[in-house]
Design a protein around this ligand. Structure first.
Ligand SMILES: Cc1cc2nc3c(=O)[nH]c(=O)nc-3n(C[C@H](O)[C@H](O)[C@H](O)COP(=O)(O)O)c2cc1C
Length: 327
């Protein structure tokens, strides 16, 4: 499937594995890239909140493939040295989300890597372009993990129109709710050059996701996620207020998701309990991080087979073209 995005990155399929912190390690990124997509290692909070998977080890696993690395921008600002370390491994791109990319853009562009910025509204698009991003990811609220309020279906074409007028060379990817070839075909129809896929790869064999979390997600459907700020407030991670966290509902979110103001008043009160729950896979407290697309996920296949089947289904659907119209 050739699009402007596959041509720019020299890959076969316009499918990007999202840089999911603690989930997209080197094995998953390498598997997606080997299958013809683009794997982006999740650098998450850039080590600003204690340790996660060792970035060096994860980067070693992806050498020899075209790969990228992603960071949560406001957290990278607290541990900016992490960017130089990442750039020393020669990623094809750096994927920044959630915060002002401008302070980091010069070093990224100087290194020869492309800057990909994930955005949630039109104001972010302009900030990303001003910083020098060559790829914009329009992320809809369906997405797993952090995000904001706009839905994919209208955000993507609105950003496509904006780019057509202001920055026609910039590439556009759609994110949020895309888990199969139907979603990929739809994203291309909306004006995107490809898709960023998180939740579907979260439930792949190579992801670092605990099996218990995948099993819970497979048993759930798309009604069973919630977007809330309460989890971050209680676990003491001071996310900027324009963002919230989509997770699989559990006992903690049932109790707190609609009490965000109270949760901020109780900032950090569950820090230790939450960290312990994560270590012990206690999914009643530590939420499984997944988007509305879990309703489309019923298994944990290899990442390579996800790439192949998503691309094949999208291609088949797009080729059917006008046959969708009744005669
Ligand atoms: C488990 C999980 C962790 C995520 N972590 C990050 C992250 O660290 N940085 C980031 O930019 N986006 C992160 N995201 C959001 C993705 O970049 C992407 O927008 C989203 O997964 C797309 O929607 P989908 O989950 O419906 O495919 C995460 C998503 C998930 C599901």
């Amino acid at each position: 499937m050739h699009t402007r995005f596959t041509q720019a990155f020299g890959i076969r399929h316009p499918i990007v594995c999202a840089p999911m912190g603690y989930i997209t390690g080197g094995r998953l990124a390498a598997a997606v890239s080997a299958a013809g997509g683009l794997g982006i290692i999740g650098g998450g909070y850039a080590g600003a909140f204690g340790s996660g998977p060792d970035l060096h080890d994860e980067l070693a696993l992806v050498q020899g493939h075209t790969f990228g690395i992603g960071f949560i921008t406001w957290a990278l600002a607290r541990n900016a040295g992490m960017l130089d370390e990442a750039l020393s491994h020669h990623p094809a791109c750096v994927f920044l989300s959630f915060g002002d990319p401008a302070p980091f853009a010069p070093a990224i562009l100087r290194s020869g890597a492309r800057l990909i910025c994930q955005v949630q509204c039109l104001r972010h698009v302009q900030e990303a372009l001003d910083a020098g991003a060559s790829v914009i990811v329009a992320q809809g609220t369906e997405a797993g993990g952090h995000g904001a309020r706009r839905a994919t279906l209208s955000l993507v074409p609105e950003v496509a129109d904006h780019l057509a007028k202001r920055a026609p060379d910039a590439l556009l990817l759609a994110a949020g709710g895309i888990a199969d070839g139907r979603g990929l075909a739809a994203a291309l129809m909306l004006g995107a050059d490809g898709a960023v896929v998180g939740t579907r790869f979260w439930a792949s064999q190579e992801a670092l996701t605990p099996q218990a979390a995948v099993e819970r997600a497979i048993a759930a459907n798309g009604d069973d996620t919630v977007r809330t700020q309460a989890v971050d407030a209680l676990r003491g991670v001071d996310w900027p207020k324009e963002f919230s966290f989509r997770v699989l509902r559990n006992r903690l979110t049932d109790e707190w998701s609609s009490r965000e103001a109270e949760a901020w008043d109780a900032f950090g009160s569950l820090r230790e309990a939450y960290a312990q729950a994560r270590e012990q896979d206690d999914l009643d407290v530590a939420a499984a991080i997944a988007g509305e697309a879990i309703g489309l996920i019923h298994d944990r296949p290899s990442a390579g087979s996800i790439v192949e089947s998503m691309a094949a289904q999208a291609q088949q659907l797009l080729q059917r073209g006008t046959s969708y119209l009744s005669r």
